[in-house]
Design a protein around this ligand. Structure first.
Ligand code: SAH
Length: 499
């Protein structure tokens, strides 16, 4: 693609322009000469530069009102097949509006920009929203041969007609096209050698595949229908994303995770975690709920589903790599090692872990060296947990306790406190954070000596300060907790241990 142009009218738009460059690293920022100082290139006249870029086929991202862009380009809008993508972005980055160039992937660009700006793109093309695919702008390697029939074809689809695909179209694998064997509409994927068998019509969209390997489709000259041989065509590659949704609040979920969830075919996870993101689910996405204790079965099911070519998301809260599903997936991958899993495209999408969210609500208690310890003895013996607490306390780490107390595990926290008090002062600040980012969030700062089992449950994460962690007042109303970044060995913690 030609390098996109980000057009700005004033210096105030630079921060948003630079953020857009994170999504589109090739993009060049064009600034109005008399109003900008740090643009990559300057121009003298908005209308002239926009029209010139448009005619040259350059994707245009205007940080300006949609109306200005429309009026500037109106006289040039004659051929929808040749329009480059054009978008208008609000100056404060709060809106991303794809205007033109639907056939050149403007909605994809809108989604990429919206992801870095953390907003929803204003996508209005019905076919794409409903079917999660752009029949009019196939990916590189495919060319739609009868675009003029596409309008009627898509209208029929929107009106409820079904479709069947003949040939290999991996890019449609995760779409939500209404498929049926006896469908009225056909999508035909065809290689150059078999072009004479193409039957373009308003009931049949024909895509010419750039078939360098010569194995995408075959034709059966006898009955003049096009068939795909079983061994030919590449099966679509299944995907498995293991995502962390953060502790709960949507603002604490990364744009990457939002996108992966919205473009999935299947969600797999513990019911509570799936409920937390339910507002993002469309009816076509299948929920596979499971109990919180069957992680390995869940991981295996997710891998199996992905091996069938589906786009599967395994949902964890917080970060998926911290006491969560990512390890379970890799554990199953290692121990069961089914051959059909080898081609699954696995990715881990990080999230804000409970300890980070807890720390942020009170200041910076994890500002220096720290560690995390789960108090659950389901997967490791208490002796190992006790030893870790002792050594972490001795080493003067700040500590985040996950899974501190459950209905069945009630004594461990008291025991942990006992061990800590051998090394740490009774007035060490601690943070009890419950239901972070969820309804009923509760964060309390106390001293270690005041900690009781009643303070915590399975929805609580506890931060224990190091010997340096301190409380700091901001005026009369606000108090923060922080751990200084510098560390001089003082004798305090050691002396304490000797008490
Ligand atoms: N992957 C998660 C941790 C899962 S282990 C993460 O990175 O946060 C489950 C434990 O995490 C809970 O027992 C609790 O200690 C902590 N936790 C998870 N979500 C929490 C939340 N919203 N508020 C407080 N603690 C939470």
């Amino acid at each position: 693609m030609t390098q996109p142009a980000i057009i700005i009218l004033g210096e105030a738009s630079i921060p948003v322009a630079r953020q857009i460059q994170i999504a589109l690293p090739d993009a060049v920022v064009y600034g109005l000469a008399r109003r900008t100082q740090s643009a990559d290139i300057t121009y003298a006249n908005f209308g002239d530069i926009v029209r010139e870029l448009f005619q040259g086929g350059t994707p245009i991202i205007g940080i300006c009102a949609a109306g200005i862009m429309i009026r500037t380009l109106a006289p040039l809008l004659t051929n929808k097949w040749q329009e480059p993508p054009v978008l208008a972005i609000a100056e404060d980055g709060s809106a991303v509006v794809p205007l033109l160039g639907g056939l050149q992937g403007v909605n994809d660009i809108a989604r990429q920009i919206a992801a870095v700006l953390q907003v929803s793109p204003a996508i209005t093309t019905t076919g794409e929203i409903r079917f999660k695919t752009t029949l009019l702008s196939p990916p590189p390697g495919y060319q739609l041969l009868n675009p003029d029939d596409a309008k009627t074809f898509i209208s029929d689809l929107l009106a409820g007609a079904k479709v069947k695909i003949i040939g290999a179209a991996p890019w449609l694998a995760n779409s939500r096209l209404p498929m049926a064997e006896d469908a009225k509409l056909t999508i035909q994927i065809i290689a150059k050698n078999y072009l004479e068998l193409a039957k373009p019509s308003s009931d049949c969209l024909v895509y010419l595949v750039d078939d360098r390997d010569g194995d995408a489709v075959l034709s059966s000259p006898k009955d003049e229908t096009v068939t795909q041989l079983p061994s030919q065509g590449k099966p679509s590659q299944g995907k498995l994303a293991i995502v962390g949704t953060g502790p709960g609040a949507p603002l604490w979920m990364s744009p990457e995770v939002t996108e992966v969830l919205q473009t999935a075919t299947d969600w797999v996870g513990y019911q509570t975690y799936l409920d937390l993101v339910e507002s993002l689910r469309t009816p076509e996405i299948i929920r596979h709920e499971s109990d919180n204790r069957v992680e390995l079965d869940r991981a295996q099911m997710a891998l199996d589903l992905a091996a069938q070519g589906r786009a599967v998301v395994v949902v964890s809260s917080g970060d998926p790599g911290i006491y969560a599903m990512a390890s379970a997936v890799f554990e199953v991958l290692e121990t069961k090692a089914k051959p059909e899993w080898e081609t699954v495209d696995i990715r881990v999408c990080p999230g804000i872990s409970a300890m980070q969210a807890a720390a942020a609500t009170v200041g910076a208690p994890l500002g220096h060296d720290f560690c995390a310890i789960s108090l659950s003895d389901i997967l490791k013996p208490w002796a190992a947990i006790a030893q870790r607490i002792e050594l972490a306390a001795q080493a003067d780490f700040a500590i985040a306790f996950y899974n501190p107390v459950s209905k069945q595990r009630t004594w461990q926290l008291e025991k942990a406190k006992e061990i800590l008090l051998q090394w740490r002062a009774p007035e060490t600040p601690i943070v009890l954070a419950r239901n972070l980012g969820r309804p009923g969030q509760q964060v309390t700062v106390k001293y270690l000596t005041e900690l009781t089992t009643n303070d915590a449950d399975m929805r609580t994460v506890i931060l224990i300060g190091s010997s340096k962690t301190r409380l700091v007042a901001q005026g009369e109303k606000k108090q923060w907790v922080y751990t200084p970044r510098h560390y001089q060995i003082s004798s305090s913690s050691r002396e304490f241990g000797q008490n």
